[in-house]
Write a protein that binds this ligand. Structure first.
Ligand code: RVP
Length: 494
């Protein structure tokens, strides 16, 4: 039983990593890690499940870089499931369940499909799934009558097709030999079973580090809550092909969260279920006992979070991660350090404290791929960012219902005026494309691994040691006694 004033809580700015003996070349460094028992990423970064951070566009960009996005849940079940679908279809070795169109559909309808899924052509199938032809931009481009039926303009069978199970090399060879962009895969009965496209091969070369599932599709996670139709939401997301579900609340050490984890787990053996957030060893243990595959740690560290001042609750993040990892490591459950990271150096600190990956909000909210428009203020560029417990995120607007109230266990609050926010709304500097931001973050992490002497994330975790610093030490850490005249891509004074 902890004493009343048991622990001294430390956070990122309270510690530094000790340089250790290092005998590796930088190109030997391996940044891969696990976000949950069965989901592996190539860089240990997740984008936060927040409505100003992760929708399908950010999730696609994160997975291409080797990390993963967690789709926020402040939208309808159908919309969130649709976003999972967009990510899973975005790039893959093979699309196992391709979008198809019926021969009786109009060109206008085919256009709509292509625009929605950003594809340039669609296989045409009958109701039984038999491949009848393919309709591509080239077939449609010169047709002024958009009311015409697909069957009239499609390129009909026989088409060049491949057999299910064809190798990537053989598929590429067929595409090349016949100068075609799409190779439908069919079974012996001629039923469409998959689709391979040139675009996917090109992307695979462009994003060699992408985080993918067993079928070569990009990884994606999605958040659910505990109230109302949260369970139905989880089932719709699983149906859409999500790789892991995060039962995402501000207080994961509560029975509702444990129950929801157990319920989802018992209904779906194929996806991992992550629970959170907690900030103590006991909280981690409670989630482990409910059967989680991953634990998300962080109560109050978020840049937009006011839980620590509104409720007086929280644990400084380095201590929270360390405490949670004591329970998690023993159970073989990976830990996500969620919130509070300001600089790339904080990633390695989180990992050494015991996290396996980290989740980022403010560091990614300013990216090109985050939801929301660019804002111009006094000649500078910003993007808006807000807590999911802010009034703006919890309020319903017109027809638009808010689904994020239950993250703060306030779903029963009678009217929006009665909500007690635990977050704020604001803006962060625009940072350009995610790839550039991730390059700096992972570049910083690789330097940390080199300095500590850890070739892999597990080695970094076991070799890393902290020194505690004072406010004088922190002052010394930052640039000092100089007026900065040039912005560095990975440093700005807060
Ligand atoms: P940060 O990266 O410091 O911006 O923190 C992001 C994290 O903050 C999220 O992943 C989430 O756990 C937490 N959060 C989100 N909304 C709020 C809030 O309104 N209090 N907190």
């Amino acid at each position: 039983v902890p004493e009343k004033f048991a622990t001294l809580g430390l956070t990122y700015d309270d510690v530094l990593l000790l340089p250790g003996s290092s005998d590796m070349a930088p190109d030997q460094i391996d940044t891969s890690s696990y976000i949950s028992k069965n989901v592996r990423v190539n860089i240990p970064l997740l984008s936060a499940a927040m409505d100003k951070v992760t929708e399908s566009r950010m999730a696609i960009a994160m997975a291409r870089q080797g990390g993963v996005g967690v789709l926020h849940r402040n939208l309808s079940i159908a919309d969130q499931a649709n976003q999972v679908d967009l990510v899973k279809r975005s790039e893959s070795g093979m699309v196992t369940d391709p979008i198809t169109v019926h021969p009786d559909a109009t060109l206008a309808e085919a256009d709509e499909l292509c625009a929605k899924f950003r594809i340039s052509g669609v296989p045409v199938t009958d109701r039984a799934g038999k491949l009848l032809g393919i309709v591509t931009n080239r077939d449609m481009a010169f047709e002024s009558d958009r009311g015409r039926q697909v069957r009239e303009v499609m390129t009909p069978m026989p088409l060049v097709t491949g057999k299910v199970g064809i190798s990537g090399v053989d598929a590429m060879e067929l595409l090349r030999r016949h100068k075609i962009e799409k190779l439908p895969l069919v079974d012996d009965a001629g039923v469409l079973k998959g689709l391979i496209t040139v675009k996917d091969f090109v992307k695979a070369e462009k994003y060699p580090n992408a985080a993918k599932d067993a079928n070569g599709r990009l990884l994606v996670g999605a958040a659910v809550g505990v109230a109302g139709d949260a369970f139905e939401r989880s089932q719709a997301l699983i149906e859409a092909g999500v790789d892991f579900i995060v039962v995402d609340t501000a207080h994961g050490h509560s029975r509702l969260v444990g129950d929801m984890v157990a319920k989802i787990k018992s209904n779906a053996s194929t996806v991992d279920v992550i629970g959170g957030n907690i900030a103590t060893r006991d909280g981690a243990q409670a989630l482990i006992d409910s059967g989680v595959d991953g634990i998300k740690v962080g109560v109050g560290p978020g840049s937009i979070c006011t839980t620590r001042v509104v409720a007086g609750i929280g644990v400084p993040q380095v201590t929270a991660i360390y405490e949670a990892s004591l329970a998690a490591k023993a159970a073989g459950v990976p830990v996500i350090g969620d919130g509070g990271l300001q600089y790339s150096g904080d990633i390695a600190k989180a990992l050494v404290a015991g996290a396996d990956t980290v989740m980022l909000g403010s560091l990614l909210a300013g990216c090109e791929e985050s939801p929301g428009e660019l804002l111009f203020i006094n000649g500078k560029q910003f993007k808006s960012y807000r807590g999911m417990g802010s009034l703006g995120a919890m309020q319903s607007r017109g027809e638009q219902r808010s689904f994020s109230k239950d993250r703060y266990f306030q779903e029963g609050v009678a009217s929006d005026e009665k909500l007690v926010p635990e977050g704020i709304e604001g803006q962060v500097p625009y940072r350009g494309p995610l790839s550039a931001v991730v390059h700096q973050l992972v570049g910083g992490l690789r330097q940390s691994m080199f300095y500590v002497g850890g070739r892999t994330v597990p080695e970094l975790q076991s070799n890393g040691r902290f020194v505690r610093i004072t406010s004088a030490g922190l002052k010394e850490s930052h640039p000092h006694d100089i007026q900065m005249t040039v912005e560095a891509p990975n440093y700005s004074r807060k």
